[in-house]
Ligand binder design. Structure first.
Ligand SMILES: *Cc1c(COP(=O)(O)O)cnc(C)c1O
Length: 709
């Protein structure tokens, strides 16, 4: 994701913030000067937790705005797992301190609000806070939600550093007593977390590039609000009204300017810093215990512990060491996954996809919108990635072949209309409803069966105008009218499918024009009788390219969206389409064979002269058709052509690399796509295999990783 290019300083500050949290729990200057310690640990260090909360909101919003709605759920899941693990890690200390004598009710309060160990409150707070504000933000936008969160924060202030003032009013005291019977502090997921999460969201939503010229103003803003923060805190401390000292009014502008400053620098984010900061945060209380225990055992308490600055330094060192070990552990677990480009893979160019969609849209009348056909896993491109990218570019209608594909799109976060082309079993009708999927009604009997399930379903009626596959006869007006009568079915549209839109011969055109007029005649007849036929659509890719001007509401673009045509042929309109997919694999082995030696199964290839061959890690199980090799097909290696020789096997194939100087193991072979000056077009490959690109692409193997860029 390109946005990470300016997260370097944000990530670095996470580490600083983690050590500030350590300071809160060690009070390094306590033995030197109490006021200085208060300023460092009770004021300055109070930016740490709000910063973590803002970071969470910021990255949640960036992912969400990028179309990834699943991220919120995985964020909740991950945080809950971290919290669960942290609870377990601190069980021994809980046991040691006699924590388990508390009531089950107090334990519940701790799990949801206070944390089961003193520093752990942050984790339930970020969970609860996000659960409160993210759904509201989705629904009402960031301004509204931010205001609401700010109100919660102000209420929280009354129970925190302003408590002594506020509790003089009896009604408010009663209110806060109720709050404290549920959560021991207002410093929690309800009152503290929401506003900072939303400030982070706001930064992502505004998406301003903070220019260097603004940086001076930001620094002044930060200095002023920091000074005011210190003044506010010392004033409250002087009056002795603080019940707790986590929340200050001036923390809000302070955090705004701090975050603005930190996110104004360019530089790539660093995953290890993120993991490390979290590890320091989670593990430092253990470090405190260990340092104290060590001092006790070695009789160095006076030197190591009573001097709190020394204690702080040691705890930081031990925590950092533990974090380093943890980072190594995480990275070594990650290494257990196979590298996606180690064997054979598919590369997807989303920019080309968006370009193609725009090109196709330009060919159509303004009132006709593209419906992106993403069946068969988006013609092998990865349906969710394709649909999400198109949705972000403005397309709002999608089509899948099966119920399962439709559900996968919804689970993947696709929000637009989704039409299922195929025949969903009536027994599954309620799933259409649950996932807000529209169903194609393939004939009268099917419509009745769907209606009788009782589920309320939106449908498009398929009209058969000559394909003779699915659909109700265009002439059967009564049959179609009956479908409008089923009260559980809401007709949202009507479609037909052209069987020969790619055939521009006289007889082909005549047939297609016949289909088109049969479809629109039927629609008009129904409209005349007062039926709302909804959205009309008839064109697939070739329909768009050869019959662009039809008065349709949708055009169902499939293969053309992916930047290829079915075969090498001419269409009336020839927009500049770019192939979205490349297919690549690695060379496993290179060797010389002698004249007369055969290659692969059944000796279909025999070398006539000494030949250098390379075995490539891709085969027909990955979707390279087994008969490709019989047609003098070639692949690209180091930008040069290398013929495929011998039978293609399930997982391997062999190529002739005699002319390619340095060919060696690990080289990348391009089966479809560009390498240097040369490219292998999917259309050519399809033609030489006696099929169409649709078949090649939709049959690419499920085991191929998709690299999306
Ligand atoms: C697959 C399909 C399309 C898309 O066809 P392309 O030729 O790939 O554009 C359109 N409509 C229906 C009903 C389909 O099944």
């Amino acid at each position: 994701m390109k946005a990470t290019s300016k997260h370097a300083v944000l990530d670095a500050f996470r580490v600083a913030a983690a050590f500030l949290v350590v300071a809160i729990h060690v009070s390094p200057l306590q033995t030197i000067d109490a006021t200085a310690d208060f300023i460092i640990t009770r004021i300055a260090a109070r930016v740490a937790v709000p910063f973590f909360l803002m970071i969470s909101g910021y990255f949640l919003a960036i992912r969400e705005n990028g179309g990834d709605r699943r991220h919120f759920r995985s964020f909740l899941k991950k945080t809950a797992i971290v919290y669960g693990a942290a609870i377990v890690i601190y069980l021994p200390l809980n046991y040691y301190t006699g924590y388990f004598n508390i009531s089950p009710l107090q334990m519940l309060k701790d799990i949801f609000f206070n944390g089961t160990f003193y520093h752990l409150w942050y984790l339930p707070a970020v969970l609860l806070g996000a659960l409160i504000v993210i759904p509201l933000w989705r629904r009402f936008g960031w301004r509204f939600t931010l205001v609401l969160a700010a109100v919660l924060y102000v209420i929280g202030l009354g129970g925190d550093s302003y408590y002594g003032l506020v509790s003089r009013i009896p009604a408010l005291k009663v209110f806060y007593d109720v709050v404290f019977s549920i959560s021991d502090y207002t410093r929690n997921g309800v009152f503290l977390a929401p506003v900072f999460i939303m400030m982070g969201v706001g930064f992502a939503d505004q998406n301003k590039r903070r220019s260097t010229s603004r940086r001076r103003k930001i620094i002044i803003g930060l200095a002023v609000s920091a000074a005011l923060l210190v003044a506010e805190a010392l004033w409250l401390r002087g009056m002795g009204v603080q019940r707790h000292d986590s929340m200050y009014l001036m923390l809000l502008p302070c955090m705004y300017f701090l975050f603005a400053l930190l996110s104004s620098f360019d530089g790539k984010g660093n995953k290890n810093l993120r993991t490390g900061a979290m590890a320091v945060y989670i593990l430092h209380p253990w470090a405190i215990v260990l340092v104290r225990a060590f001092a006790k055992l070695t009789g160095t308490t006076g030197l190591l512990v009573e001097n709190q600055l020394m204690l702080y330094i040691l705890v930081c060192i031990v925590s950092a060491a533990a974090a380093a070990v943890f980072i190594c552990l995480v990275n070594s677990i990650k290494k257990n996954k196979p590298s996606p480009t180690g064997r054979a893979w598919v590369e997807i160019d989303l920019k080309a996809l968006i370009h193609n969609a725009a090109e196709l849209q330009k060919l159509l009348p303004a009132s006709c919108r593209l419906m992106a056909v993403v069946k068969a896993d988006g013609y092998g491109h990865g349906a969710v990635a394709v649909a999400r990218a198109l949705e972000a570019s403005g397309i709002s209608a999608f089509a899948a072949a099966t119920l399962g594909e439709g559900i996968a799109l919804r689970r993947g976060g696709v929000r637009g209309d989704i039409l299922i082309f195929g025949c969903t079993p009536p027994a599954d009708a309620r799933l259409l409803r649950r996932y807000s999927l529209m169903q194609t009604v393939v004939d009268g009997a099917y419509a009745q069966a769907l209606h009788e399930t009782g589920a309320k379903i939106d449908v498009h009626i398929k009209i058969d105008t000559g394909m003779r596959r699915l659909g109700i006869d265009s002439g059967d007006l009564h049959g179609i009218e009956r479908i409008f009568g089923y009260k559980n079915l809401t007709v949202k549209g009507m479609l037909t499918h052209l069987s020969e839109a790619d055939n521009l011969t006289d007889s082909g055109s005549e047939f297609t024009l016949g289909q088109i007029s049969a479809f629109f005649d039927t629609a008009k007849a129904l409209q005349k009788k007062g039926y709302d036929v909804g959205k009309l659509h008839a064109q697939e890719s070739y329909g768009i390219l050869n019959y662009p001007d039809l008065p349709c509401d949708y055009a169902r673009a499939g293969i053309a969206l992916y930047g290829v045509l079915c075969k090498n042929d001419k269409t009336r309109l020839m927009p500049e389409l770019r192939p979205v997919l490349s297919l690549k694999a690695r060379v496993a082995e290179v060797k010389w064979i002698g004249a007369g030696e055969p290659v692969s199964y059944n000796r279909t290839f025999v070398a006539r002269v000494p030949t250098k061959i390379a075995t490539v890690s891709i085969g027909y199980a990955d979707g390279v058709p087994r008969n490709t090799a019989q047609r003098e097909e070639y692949v690209l290696l180091r930008g040069l052509r290398a013929p495929i020789i011998g039978r293609i096997c399930m997982d391997l194939m062999v190529i002739d690399v005699t002319g390619i100087e340095d060919a060696g193991p690990g080289d990348i072979v391009t089966i479809i796509g560009r390498d240097g000056e040369d490219a292998i077009r999917c259309e050519d490959m399809a033609e030489s295999c006696g099929t169409i690109t649709n078949e090649i692409l939709s049959r690419l193997g499920a085991r191929l990783p998709r690299i999306i860029s």
